[in-house]
Ligand binder design. Structure first.
Ligand code: ATP
Ligand code: MG
Length: 383
């Protein structure tokens, strides 16, 4: 990936443009940790970039980012720019600028503002190398101004702390403290992206108490409660499990994180399992069409709240004992019930089907059509 990027830089130079690798890749490269993408910054304008690299396409008009392919890898190439006049503490006006130095100065933290040239020389306008060496996360320029203009940087500072086990510089922390309320301006989508990355990082456990101390969830009361619980008994959770804890405590699905319909379903299912565990009664019905991920999450969350009641082995044992694993496997359908019990279309059919399902799960009747119809004929159900 790096070789391809150096070829891209050289190609720009052949065309008399400047181009550098910048941002996260340089940081991770110098720290000798794996990086997954390379950003390139250049004084070349997007339409020129497209001309020089015929296989490229404009990724973002507004931010002047072009995706360029080389040797099977993709690189995000952005024209030097400055960001100014932040609206809502988040959305900047962006302007093209002529120098690398200006581009570097708009970046969030010094460790994210280092560049590499095509000979792998480091270019450092912001003492990023020093901070990298001292393991410090510090804003580029005045912390008060930089945090205030874009509150997302608050979450980002903690994300890099969780990732790298770096300290956040004292003045940057101070600016964070004074600006946490601005986090209410961040879109739910961005909150989710930054937080979910933060949760997955290796040093999150160490950083969570600091996040609470600095009241990072001040504007997110549901998440705040979940963070406090998580902090008491630390387990690694993903953003969905975190949202599940928040939702469980709240009594309904939290709206503080952006969630898809499918994720909301998973969360509700996990909460059903948690409640069943708490009542020490996991009915077989709840285990129909079981979603393994939800049940494992429920176990994990149970051990965060209390002591574990069911272990994974218990669950596997219960699942092995199930006569059927899905309601769809019931050897009886609405038509069978209608015919054998001579019923018209009525809600009774559904009740009989439920009774048949209960009988199979409860071991009262085998899952065979003939046996089930016989069983149903022998019981009475009120309309
Ligand atoms: P990762 O490896 O997790 O992707 P990254 O440093 O590459 O980390 P990105 O979110 O991909 O982070 O951003 C790329 C670069 O853009 C950053 O290194 C930083 O220089 C700059 N940047 C990103 N977000 C901001 C921001 N909110 N304010 C200022 N600069 C930013
Ligand atoms: Mg990146």
């Amino acid at each position: 990936m790096l070789e391809g990027a150096l070829k891209v830089l050289k190609k720009f130079e052949e065309e008399n443009y400047q181009a550098y690798i910048v941002g996260g890749f340089v940081r991770d490269y110098l720290l000798d940790i794996p990086a997954y993408d390379i950003d390139i910054t250049t004084n070349c304008l997007p339409n020129e970039v497209e001309r020089i690299f015929p296989n490229s396409f404009v990724q973002s008009e507004k931010y002047r980012t072009v995706t360029v392919s080389m040797d099977g890898y993709r690189y995000e190439v952005t024209t030097y720019r400055t960001d100014s006049k932040y609206k809502d503490h988040r959305h900047p006006d962006t302007k093209v600028t002529k120098t690398l130095k200006h581009d570097v100065k708009r970046r969030d933290f010094t460790i994210n503002a280092l560049c590499l040239d095509s000979d792998l020389n480091v270019i450092d306008y912001v003492e990023g190398l020093l901070d990298l060496k001292n393991k410090v996360i510090r804003t580029v320029g005045s912390p008060m101004r930089r945090i205030n203009e874009d509150a997302l940087r608050i979450f980002r500072a903690f994300r890099f702390a969780s990732r790298l086990d770096f300290e956040i510089d004292v003045q940057t922390l101070n600016a964070i403290k004074l600006n946490v309320s601005l986090l209410k301006h961040i879109s739910k989508e961005r909150v989710r992206t930054e937080l979910s990355k933060t949760f997955e990082e290796p040093y999150f456990e160490k950083v969570l108490p600091l996040m609470l101390e600095y009241d990072l969830f001040k504007e997110y009361p549901d998440l705040n409660e979940a963070a406090k619980v998580l902090n008491r008994s630390y387990h690694k959770v993903d953003i969905i499990e975190f949202a599940t804890i928040a939702s469980y405590l709240k009594g309904s699905v939290t709206e503080e994180v952006l969630l898809s319909k499918k994720e909301i379903k998973t969360i509700n299912q996990t909460i059903d399992y948690i409640k069943a565990f708490e009542n020490r009664y996991l009915s077989k019905k709840l285990l129909l069409d079981v979603d393994k991920k939800s049940i494992i999450s429920a176990l994990k969350i149970m051990s965060i709240f209390h002591n574990v009641i069911y272990t994974k082995e218990d669950i596997d044992g219960l699942l092995k004992d199930m006569p059927i694993s899905s309601a769809k496997e019931l050897d009886l359908d609405g038509n069978d019930v209608k015919k054998s019990l001579k019923l018209e279309d009525s809600p009774l059919i559904k009740k009989y089907l439920d009774a048949a399902l209960d009988a199979v799960l409860g071991g009262l009747c085998q899952n065979k059509k003939a046996k089930l119809t016989k069983y149903l004929k022998g019981i009475s159900i009120d309309e």
